[in-house]
Design a protein around this ligand. Structure first.
Ligand code: ZN
Length: 512
């Protein structure tokens, strides 16, 4: 059968039918959306949809974008921006999504409501699952629980032309940051994601307006974000615990955590108060206690030192007010706690101690708060941070170790994918090992020189492909465990364990 001639009117009609069926968009909104599409594509009247709807991505979206590029409606490098724009037109408006979410929550429960928003996010390409599925993910075995390692290939690679054009774009101050609520509906630019398909749900945390949305990056199942309505810096305070626990009251099927509020030990966005959460699949959440403590001042709370790579206090209780009080007490103590013999200085010219807090609810045990003790001090010997991966690990991970990594899910840069292949070529003998060449700073394996030298020394240069891959993956796995150990303020050594116990005893906690 000859290929049917492409008709933009039919493709747009198919898109409207897709929206009706998939987004359950309301008829009035669709009549309105249809006219916006006709205007955008300069069509006098709508076409007729196909009887059988073609595949959404390859049969509807891609042909529309190709047509738009051919007709000069968008430049090739703007195709993602244009796609988001047309999908934003056919999506239910924000207020409609909020009422649908609330209606589902009222009749079928909150889990069904979050499932609805998550599916909407996927079907509208706000979350690009085909791209997320390109990520390479594996489990790294570790003595204190397995880690999950992800090589992040889902962020679209920018070509040189795009990078060059970005430099010419004016810098604006709107939206104030990539988290601000003003992103909803924002058209974006080559250097800023389009957000016409972003939909958020308003929630109240500690009597304050916040918003709930899914993360487009899906670092784990149901990866979601809660952000304050106000653009204000991250701050870990007593109120943080109240907000986190309010969140798990609203969404008991998700955990929620906040990045710390200091650089090096925080996340990539410190300028806007926000949390990250999702399904309770992060390795740290499923670890047992290493030691148990109790406190006469907070008798309803079980206190545990978690059997995990970094220094975590887990507090569990069904008595929420008492749990909040003990968490604030520990925060206040930790902010001012120094143990010079173990390198912990609460302050120099600036504060260094802070906490990465995480909350979860469990029907059997009640509320849990996990407090990861952090310190961001640097010194001459450790310019990147004393409790931070040392330079020999920066070829794998250099950025701050935030909440998600501290809980055992490592997101590694996409460049590693190609670099692993190149290192594999050396270990299998396909390419000669030439240290003179590798030691050139502009060589793309320059940063891996130490790793290559060690692997060559341990395994030789005549490996099979499978053995080379195993050796490299093993090296990365060990490095991720080492990175987590670096972030521990109290090391898992006899001295470190005594120091951790001393700190807890100073707060009048007694070991059970
Ligand atoms: Zn902001």
């Amino acid at each position: 059968m000859p290929k049917k001639k492409f008709s933009i009117a039919t493709a747009l009609a198919n898109l409207v039918v897709y929206a009706e069926k998939t987004f359950h968009a309301n008829r009035f909104d669709l009549i309105y959306a249809n006219n916006q599409l006709l205007s955008l594509f300069s069509l006098p009247e709508p076409g007729e949809a196909d009887k059988t709807l073609p595949d959404f991505q390859s049969g509807i979206i891609e042909p529309i974008i190709e047509y738009a590029i051919e007709e000069g409606l968008c430049k090739p490098e703007e195709s993602l921006l244009f796609e988001t724009r047309i999908l934003g037109i056919v999506m239910p408006p924000p207020s409609q999504v909020i009422s649908t979410f609330d209606a589902i929550a009222a009749t079928d429960g909150i889990k069904k409501a979050t499932d609805y928003l998550n599916e909407l996010s996927i079907h509208s390409n706000y979350i690009r699952m085909p791209d997320i599925n390109k990520n390479i993910r594996w489990t790294a075995p570790g003595v204190k629980g397995d880690l999950t390692i992800t090589i992040n290939l889902s962020k679209p690679e920018k070509d040189n032309k795009q990078v060059a054009m970005e430099r010419l774009l004016p810098q604006t101050s709107y939206p104030k940051c990539k988290l601000c609520i003003e992103n909803m509906g924002y058209a974006g630019a080559l250097n800023y994601p389009a957000r016409q398909t972003l939909r958020v749900i308003p929630i109240m945390l500690n009597d304050e307006l916040w918003h709930f949305q899914f993360s487009p990056y899906v670092y784990f199942d149901n990866h979601c974000i809660a952000l304050s309505d106000e653009h204000r810096p991250m701050a870990i305070t007593a109120q943080t615990f109240t907000r986190l626990l309010d969140f798990v009251d609203l969404f008991p099927h998700y955990f929620i955590g906040s990045n710390a509020d200091l650089p090096i030990v925080g996340g990539s966005i410190l300028a806007h108060d926000h949390f990250q959460g999702g399904s309770k699949v992060l390795p740290m959440l499923n670890r047992p206690a290493k030691k148990l403590f109790m406190s006469h001042a907070f008798p309803d709370v079980s206190i545990a030192v978690l059997d995990w790579y970094n220094s975590v206090i887990r507090l569990t209780s069904e008595n929420r007010p008492q749990l909040e009080k003990i968490a604030s007490y520990i925060l206040q103590n930790w902010r001012n706690y120094s143990d010079e013999a173990n390198g912990i200085f609460a302050k120099t010219s600036e504060p260094h101690n802070t906490i990465t807090p995480i909350a979860a609810y469990n029907e059997e045990s009640g509320y849990s708060l996990y407090l990861i003790l952090r310190n961001n001090r640097t010194d001459e010997a450790h310019p990147y941070g004393i409790f931070h991966p040392t330079e020999d690990m920066h070829n794998i991970k250099k950025e701050g170790i935030g909440l998600i990594e501290a809980m055992g899910i490592f997101i590694l840069p996409g460049r590693l994918f190609e670099e692993i292949r190149d290192i594999s070529d050396i270990l299998t003998g396909r390419k000669p090992l030439n240290f003179a060449e590798l030691s050139q700073e502009d060589h793309k394996l320059f940063k891996h020189m130490g790793m290559i030298a060690q692997l060559a020394n341990d395994y030789g240069l005549n490996l099979t492909d499978a053995a080379a891959e195993e050796a490299i993956v093993g090296y990365i796995n060990n490095t991720c465990v080492k990175i987590l150990n670096c972030t521990a303020v109290f090391k898992d050594t006899p001295e470190g364990n005594i120091a951790f116990d001393t700190y807890l005893k100073k707060m009048n906690f007694q070991q059970l």
